[in-house]
Design a protein around this ligand. Structure first.
Ligand code: HEC
Ligand code: HEC
Ligand code: HEC
Ligand code: HEC
Ligand code: HEC
Ligand code: HEC
Ligand code: HEC
Ligand code: HEC
Ligand code: HEC
Ligand code: HEC
Length: 406
């Protein structure tokens, strides 16, 4: 039998009382809606009664400030309600943020750089906007600036000054090619992380750079002595002290005086004077000429007073070996210890004079510090500090524990 398919038969399938009946699902929906609205109001009410504002939070505080999570008023103030503005005085009640430069034309608010409620990021990882706002078009009180005036990003950053200068002003003579090239000495024979070399530790509590950031500068006693002995004369068994010329002069006079007292038969031999005093004077002049021209002179140049050719009145030209090159930025060797030294110092085994600057230019850094997602940090704050921490003011604590941790 064929099925009858007219509109009447089809219409009979629809339940015309549907909208009038309360079926379980729509019924529960209404009940639940009412319950949730009431529960929500009760929840808000509970927070209001407890004067707890966490509910309005814009995101987690950074770990350093997480302990203030129940006490929004410490930053936002008691009555003002929650807004974007947090006054600088709230911040400096707990720690100073000293000024950047005396010559700056205005001082930005703390929160223009230190953005809160972003969770686990470090608060001191400041975005470039905080810097390029001024450095994109640098203004100073005097109208003059001694540094590049348009630095928007690391891409538009000028070449490092020390590299541009291409002149190392050290007074020490040295030849990298002879030692690291011809003799295949390792860089690490003479340069180790500075904190392992006594007296050069540079750990700065306010920089994020480690105490192994810099490399040590070799010293005569620690590095050169085994191969470059300060031998004076076959009549003097001890090596000369590595010291100021007048101290070396005293040493030479004393040693020769002692020698001739013990060996009077040497007087007058090999064309030398016959009295002890004249003999010593004669030998001192010859020995000191050799020290100045050859022994010490291999590494140093001397300035001497006219008419006094020996060591007594001479001075060594200052060695001025720089322990730190980038004074306006920080660099960290420890963060790059996986690389060979030659990746950044390619002329470390070929340079023949100490006046060469062996530092990498900015192009080397840009290979990795590119900015963007697959990059080492290229924010200004990766390499520069902002605050002049030498001007930090001490804080007079004003909170009691109950105000902070309720
Ligand atoms: C250490 C200080 C500090 C504490 C504590 C703090 N805030 Fe903030 N809050 C800020 C700063 C700074 C801003 C400005 C926003 C920014 O950093 O860009 C801000 C902004 C806000 C905003 C506005 C966010 C926006 O995007 O417009 C809200 C809402 C807020 N805070 C809620 C809270 C609540 C709720 C608490 C307590 C749980 C709290 N804050 C605790 C520092 C703090
Ligand atoms: C109630 C005291 C208190 C207030 C108010 C406060 N801080 Fe802090 N802040 C701290 C403490 C404590 C630390 C952690 C100190 C430490 O590690 O030496 C810290 C750490 C920091 C750090 C370094 C942490 C990091 O993760 O890099 C910065 C930057 C900072 N605060 C900025 C601010 C700013 C900006 C404000 C104002 C919006 C502010 N603080 C308000 C107590 C406070
Ligand atoms: C122009 C951006 C900028 C402004 C404005 C600014 N800071 Fe900073 N702040 C930084 C940078 C970058 C660092 C990390 C390098 C450094 O120590 O200078 C930092 C570091 C800090 C630290 C130390 C963090 C640590 O590692 O110990 C504190 C505390 C701090 N700032 C507080 C403040 C306070 C308080 C103010 C407002 C008075 C303020 N800052 C204003 C950029 C800024
Ligand atoms: C309010 C404007 C202002 C802001 C913001 C600012 N600077 Fe500066 N900066 C200056 C001035 C002014 C000088 C000094 C120029 C001069 O005297 O020739 C300077 C100098 C510098 C120098 C070189 C000189 C030195 O002695 O250190 C560096 C590096 C520097 N700023 C980095 C930064 C970084 C990084 C930031 C962001 C965290 C920043 N600045 C934010 C105004 C600013
Ligand atoms: C025998 C010791 C010795 C060895 C080996 C040696 N250096 Fe040096 N290095 C020195 C002395 C001394 C100075 C300081 C005088 C100067 O500027 O040349 C110096 C300075 C430097 C500087 C500072 C920048 C500059 O222009 O003065 C760098 C960078 C450097 N060396 C890298 C290297 C590298 C890379 C190697 C390995 C390929 C190496 N050195 C091997 C002794 C050594
Ligand atoms: C492993 C042994 C050794 C060490 C360590 C060493 N030198 Fe040398 N140095 C030599 C030898 C060998 C010569 C080549 C002597 C020659 O040619 O007469 C030399 C040559 C020199 C020269 C002359 C280079 C030239 O252009 O002819 C200077 C300057 C020098 N060394 C300085 C230093 C200084 C500074 C140190 C310590 C930082 C040092 N040396 C450490 C073995 C060493
Ligand atoms: C093989 C190289 C070498 C020889 C040879 C050498 N010195 Fe030095 N001298 C150095 C180095 C490297 C320094 C810097 C680091 C240090 O103090 O050891 C230095 C530093 C000095 C200083 C300190 C000057 C300053 O500005 O820091 C004096 C003074 C000095 N030497 C005197 C002498 C005298 C005098 C002689 C000879 C008796 C001599 N030196 C031989 C390598 C040498
Ligand atoms: C990622 C590049 C890089 C690598 C890799 C690197 N250096 Fe450096 N080096 C630098 C920079 C940048 C400076 C200037 C730092 C400053 O003084 O501000 C420097 C400075 C130096 C100095 C002068 C003293 C100082 O710390 O300023 C010596 C010596 C030195 N490096 C030796 C080495 C040796 C040895 C190695 C291998 C173990 C090495 N470097 C690896 C970039 C590098
Ligand atoms: C082979 C890639 C590479 C090269 C080349 C390189 N870096 Fe880095 N650098 C890194 C990595 C990776 C880190 C650690 C992660 C980070 O902080 O971004 C780092 C860290 C740093 C830090 C420390 C940042 C901090 O927060 O502790 C400074 C400063 C720095 N580099 C400066 C330089 C300079 C200046 C040069 C050029 C002379 C340079 N780097 C060359 C890869 C590189
Ligand atoms: C990867 C490391 C790195 C980054 C990222 C970086 N700088 Fe530098 N910056 C340096 C070094 C190294 C110097 C040279 C310092 C010196 O010669 O004492 C320097 C020098 C400067 C100078 C002084 C220039 C001059 O003319 O003497 C200024 C200003 C400066 N930087 C600002 C910035 C600003 C603004 C940013 C962010 C947009 C930034 N830098 C990012 C490493 C960096």
């Amino acid at each position: 039998m064929a099925r009858i398919r007219n509109t009447k038969k089809l219409g009979q399938r629809v339940d015309r009382t549907y909208l009038r009946k309360l079926y379980p699902i729509p019924q529960w929906r209404r009940i639940l809606t009412a319950v949730f609205v009431l529960a929500g109001l009760a929840w808000l009410g509970m927070y209001a009664v407890a004067r707890n504002q966490t509910l309005y939070t814009a995101g987690n505080l950074t770990p350093s400030h997480a302990f203030l999570g129940k006490n929004c008023a410490v930053c936002h103030g008691a009555s003002a309600g929650i807004g974007k503005k947090v006054a600088d005085q709230k911040c400096v009640a707990c720690h100073d943020g000293p000024v950047h430069q005396a010559s700056q034309t205005f001082t930005p608010a703390c929160i223009s750089c230190h953005v809160e409620h972003q969770g686990t990021m470090r608060l001191a990882r400041v975005s470039d906007d905080g810097c390029s706002g001024c450095h994109g078009n640098l203004q100073t009180k005097s109208g003059k600036t001694s540094v590049a005036a348009n630095v928007e990003s690391f891409q538009s950053h000028p070449e490092f000054t020390a590299v541009k200068a291409r002149q190392d002003s050290t007074g020490l003579r040295f030849n990298h090619q002879k030692h690291a090239g011809e003799m295949s000495q390792k860089c690490g024979d003479c340069h180790v992380p500075a904190d392992t070399a006594q007296g050069l530790a540079t750990s700065d509590p306010h920089s994020h750079v480690s105490s192994r950031a810099l490399m040590s500068i070799p010293t005569y006693a620690g590095t050169c002595m085994p191969c470059h002995a300060l031998t004076v004369d076959d009549k003097i068994s001890d090596a000369a002290p590595h010291d100021k010329p007048e101290v070396v002069h005293k040493f030479v006079v004393e040693q020769l005086t002692k020698y001739v007292a013990a060996h009077p038969a040497d007087l007058g031999t090999e064309g030398t004077p016959r009295t002890a005093a004249a003999w010593v004077q004669f030998k001192v002049a010859a020995d000191e000429k050799k020290l100045i021209d050859e022994t010490c002179g291999r590494c140093h140049s001397f300035t001497s007073v006219a008419g006094s050719p020996g060591l007594e009145a001479a001075a060594v030209s200052p060695t001025h070996v720089a322990a730190r090159w980038f004074r306006k930025a920080s660099f960290d060797h420890a963060a790059h210890q996986g690389l060979t030294c030659a990746s950044c110092h390619p002329n470390g085994a070929t340079s023949k004079v100490s006046s060469d600057v062996l530092l990498p230019g900015i192009g080397v850094c840009r290979q990795c510090h590119t900015g963007g997602s697959a990059s080492a940090g290229a924010n200004c704050s990766s390499c520069h500090v902002y605050h002049d921490w030498s001007k930090e003011k001490s804080v007079d604590g004003k909170y009691v524990i109950d105000q902070i941790a309720r």
